[in-house]
Design a protein around this ligand. Sequence first.
Ligand SMILES: [Zn+2]
Ligand SMILES: [Zn+2]
Length: 137
Amino acid sequence: MTVTHTLTITTTPDGLETDWTHPTDCPDGDTCDFLRRISRMGIHDMVDLGTNRPDGTYNLARFGFHSLCLIGDDGHILHPAEPAPTPQAGDPNGCHWCGINQRTHARQYTEQPGWHTWTQPTNAQIKARMLARRSAT
Ligand SMILES: [Zn+2]
Ligand SMILES: [Zn+2]
């Protein structure tokens, strides 16, 4: 039986907090590879793992020789989370990619999709932005 090693990510007003405890039922005890890797990685690497991820508890897996990564329920590696493509608040009809209003948009550069002109936001985006705007005030 394999014991799962998990990392809990919590967003606080001061930033990201990562919490990890070594499972007491881990058969490897003090010689556990996860334990060794985590003590090497340090807090900044742990925070990197959680950057842009929703709060929650994630399964840890070994990555490379010394590093760790997070894996999903299906056992696949969760790649570093991408920032949301659009700001959630702001103009509901803003560009799909960057959220800028059509009138002032012209050409803009964002990580995805790079240089682009104003792009129609999806209905779901418009709705989410309207809700975000309402809850922001
Ligand atoms: Zn262990
Ligand atoms: Zn745009």
